[in-house]
Ligand binder design. Structure first.
Ligand code: ATR
Length: 281
C-alpha cells in the first residue's frame, strides 16, 4: 500500500513534518510520500482544496493559518477537535474528510514521557500562558487527564475566559493578567508557555521575565524555534526542570500517523535527532 500524505499551511517550506513522517513511513515499512502543499493566502483556499481532493490523499496535516478555516470543508469532525475548534489532522476515507486535533494530546503524551511524576498528583497546580489554538488543545488535554487546577494567563482576558468555559465542576480555573501571573508564578507545579512570544527572530522577547520559581516546578515552552527560548533559559537558571517544545511536535505527529495508518511508531531516538536538527538551525 502506498500512503499519500501531506501538509497544508503557509509558510511551510521549512516545516519539519516531512522529516518526521518520512521516518515514520520508513520505520513502519510502508511505502508512501509526505508532500508540502503550501497554500498562499493570495490563492482561493476553496479552489486549492478542490485540487487536493482530486489528488486522492490518504490524509494530511493542517497548520497555520488554516486550522480553523479547514473545518468548513470537512465531512465529519472528531469530538475533541470540535470542542477545541481547530483541526490539525485530516483523515481521508472513502472520499470523506474527517478532522481531528492531535496537538493537545501530543503535548500531554510528550509531558508524560518526560515527566511522569506530574501525573501522580492531579492536584498539581498548572498555569498556561496564552489563549490561542494551542492553549485550547493543551487545556482540554490536561483537563481530560483529570487535573483539577488549571489557570490561564493571557494579555486578553476574554480569550482566556472562552477557554475556561471548556472546564466543568471538576476543574478550577482562574484567569490571570500577565502581571498577576508574574507575581504568583512560584506557586505552580507546571507552567506552560503557548504564545508566539520569543519565537525566531524575536528571541530576546519573553511573555514574562522569570526571576524565581518553585525548584520542583516543570516549565514547558511549545516554541521549538529556538529550542532554548528565553522563557526556558530564565526558568533553568532558577533550578526548575524544563520541557522542550519539539517533543509536542513529535508526539502530535505520532498520533496523526496512527490515525492515518493504524500504526503507532515508536519515537526512539527521534527526540534527540530532532533536537540536533533544531540546534543546528
Ligand atoms: P495559536 O493558535 O498558534 O496558539 P494564536 O491564536 O495566534 O496562536 O494565539 C497567540 C497567543 O499568543 C494569544 O494568547 C496571544 O494573546 P492575545 O489573546 O492577547 O492576542 C498571545 N500573544 C501573541 N503576541 C503577544 C504579545 N506580544 N504579548 C502577549 N501575548 C501575545
Amino acid at each position: 500500500m502506498h500512503m499519500k500524505l501531506g501538509l497544508i499551511g503557509f509558510p511551510i517550506k521549512h516545516s519539519l513534518s516531512p522529516w518526521i513522517h518520512n521516518q515514520f513511513l520508513e520505520k513502519s515499512g510502508m511505502k508512501g510520500t509526505y508532500s508540502i502543499m503550501e497554500i498562499s493566502p493570495d490563492n482561493t483556499f476553496e479552489q486549492e482544496l478542490e485540487r487536493i481532493k482530486e489528488s486522492g490523499l490518504d490524509g494530511f496535516n493542517v497548520t497555520v493559518p488554516y486550522k480553523k478555516q479547514i473545518i468548513n470543508y470537512l465531512d465529519d469532525l472528531d469530538k475533541n477537535a470540535e470542542i477545541i475548534g481547530a483541526v490539525n489532522t485530516v483523515v481521508c476515507k472513502n472520499g470523506k474528510w474527517i478532522g481531528y486535533n492531535t496537538d493537545g494530546i501530543g503535548y500531554v503524551i510528550a509531558l508524560r514521557k518526560n515527566f511522569p511524576e506530574i501525573f501522580h498528583d492531579k492536584k498539581n497546580r498548572i498555569l498556561i500562558f496564552g489563549a490561542g489554538g494551542a492553549a485550547y488543545g493543551i487545556y482540554y488535554g490536561l483537563k481530560s487527564e483529570g487535573f483539577t487546577q488549571i489557570d490561564i494567563a493571557n494579555r486578553t482576558h476574554s480569550s482566556a475566559k472562552a477557554i475556561a468555559i471548556l472546564g466543568d465542576n471538576n476543574v478550577e480555573t482562574s484567569i490571570l493578567s500577565l502581571d498577576e501571573a508574574q507575581e504568583s508564578i512560584n506557586s505552580y507545579n507546571l507552567i506552560i508557555q503557548t504564545t508566539s512570544v520569543g519565537m525566531k527572530p524575536n528571541t530576546e522577547d519573553t511573555i514574562i521575565p522569570i526571576k524565581s520559581l518553585n525548584q520542583k516546578s516543570v516549565v514547558s515552552d511549545i516554541i521549538y524555534q529556538p529550542l532554548n527560548t528565553r522563557f526556558l533559559m530564565d526558568a533553568k537558571k532558577t533550578g526548575a526542570s524544563i520541557h522542550y517544545g519539539h517533543t509536542m511536535l513529535l508526539y502530535q505527529a505520532q498520533y496523526a500517523f496512527e490515525l492515518w495508518t493504524n500504526k503507532k511508531i515508536p519515537i526512539d531516538n527521534m527526540d534527540q535527532q530532532l533536537k540536533t536538527i533544531l540546534e543546528g538551525r
